[in-house]
Design a protein. Sequence first.
Length: 304
Amino acid sequence: MISWAISRYSDRSLSIIIFLAAAVWGLYWVPIRGLEQLGVMGPWSIAYFNACPLLVLVPALFIWRRSLHVNFGPAVFAGVILGIGLALYATGLVATSVVRATLLFYLTPIWSTIIGMIWLSERVTALRILAILCGLLGCFLLLRTDQGFNGSINIGDLCSLMSGVFWAVGAASLKRWPGSPTLTITSVQLMVTTLVGLGLGLALFEYPTPDLDSLKAGFALAFFTSVFVLLPSVLLIFIISQILFPGRVGILMMSEVLVAIISASILLPDEQMAPLQWLGAAAIILSAFAEVSFSAESGTDPAA
């Protein structure tokens, strides 16, 4: 259905779509912060937010259960790995600064390219390497604040670093088994993110269990933003990741950093962007433009 329709687009069009879909994730912090203001704190807010789409996906799994047996094992594997990756990333956001967590997670293009070369025989050109370096430089400049790296590593840093590795493996598995049903992958990913994220959060931190009134108050926010904003972007990213190589996907998904920092700069008075951060934003856009325009023209992706 959706997968078939999307597969008809060119690689360039798919790259633009995934760039925009990932950009939506840059607003992930907005509903999470809103839930915390309503009394659903820390890992509870992350679990609540990721669990809500399951209210829609579980009935869908039952309705289309006969068509989900194809590549069921690989689909579950991809969902579990991606779910662990996102749970680790969410834990990193709680356990360390947003700057450190995001920068460490977005070493993903490096891991994705290495895994793509080894597992998927992805051809890597000088332009791809240049795009990765340009994007990483952009992330560094965009995320550079007075709370930058001080040389020490904490549990949040480790979670953030490992989250990028898990995400890269998950993205490569999507490309490795392109026939895997996206519905299964997404459902498993959300279940694992909910359970692992909550488990890690409760093991590492002490947050109060939200009462029923807080859960009721936050339901509308969690449900509508996760189902109508997060879920469509996740589905698009997973479907397109079955077509494009993980190295390219990793570069294009840096749009999340761009939107996260700019939106925080606009909506939060104490997080205004400095000139170097605007330069970093431009570098990320440049890296994505180079990957989409020049790589597509030169046939960097064998699948193109």
